[in-house]
Design a protein around this ligand. Sequence first.
Ligand code: PGA
Ligand code: ZN
Length: 425
Amino acid sequence: NIRRVRALQVIDSRGNPTIKAYVELAGGGYGWGIAPSGASRGEREAVELRDGGRKWRGKGVSRAVAIVNTIVAPRLEGVDSRRQSYIDRLLIELDGTPNKSRIGGNTTTALSIATARAAADQAGLELFQYLGGAGARRLPIPILNVINGGVHAGNDLDFQEFMIVPHGFNSFTDAIRAAVEIYGELRGLLKERYGATAVNVGDEGGFAPPMRKAEEPLQTLVQAVEKAGYEPGREVSLGIDAAASQLYRDGRYLVEGKAISREELLNIYQRLVENYPIVYLEDPFSEDDFESFKAAVEALSARTLIVGDDLLVTNPERVKEASADGAVTGLLVKVNQVGTLTEALEAIQAARDRGVAHIVSHRSGDTEDTFIADLSVATGALMIKAGAPARSERTSKYNRLLEIEDTLGYSASYAGPELLGLIRG
Ligand code: PGA
Ligand code: ZN
């Protein structure tokens, strides 16, 4: 049973304060969890509780820490840490708002993760095995954001993320090796073409070259894949997160300096998907534009996953609605978008019940917490999105997965070879 709960203010990869929670069990089990933080947040996400004022530039979380130490701790002490859904419901009740604005989605996220870790520790199990059982043996496909744009970088790329998807391999380890080799070739290509400043990196460890049109990063990525000796489309494909809510103004989308219609934007995607080996397209339209997501699924889903991030905000009800409507073929899972592990697992189940794949994701402001690596294996995620193979808050997730694959040995499998069959039906 839980003996002690406390919280502490720490900092994330952007240098902003965030909350770390600790859960100590009477039997000696121990767990911790740190909330990550997004920059291109969905409108319907759980709210982060921050102090305001001048200290920590208004972003302090001392109120959240105080809530844990004085209000939450007495309620959780004595409770069996294995009762994750009971504990998460207790947090939801204590908060009492639809968007967790009273005690904060950052507070509940850190506590929810800390509870799961403590229970796994007590059980003497690896976290992915505690959460996923003995059947949790498949490693997800890493999708690595190697060219950053949008609000994550100081360049003119409208779309936020350009990813490499190393799927045509027999193990996660081989996929990461390919990604690292491609990342190195990409660095060389960019330096040669745009000079040394082009290889400065953005928030997620990808390069932020002075590019403008979406074709430029895609073309360069295909070249980097080839230079590294891999076959584009067969071994390594590409992905885009347009993060289109950020481009949306009054019914139109601001792309390459023009305000275009949703039909024109869909035409752009169509052209890109025809000309480049794209298998992953996230948030192609704004978070309220269900109809355009449906049009994207109809037009493009034979070639690429259509993934909802801001559209779904890891909310089970939104996932049910969008999946039943044919608005997505993929769900992006960010625990802190909804605020508890239990609700995130419900969202995953809702997607799975309706034949929608799920992708476990980091945030652009992240930390040394590797929880999402274990979560991806535990839930049999098709993919994990954790940034470039650079910057420790990104590599820690990939490193944890390398470790899990090693731990599993011959019983491990890799999701990569299933990808093309899944998309092409
Ligand atoms: P965020 O963005 O973590 O900055 O919200 C990541 C994403 O849009 O996938
Ligand atoms: Zn996104």
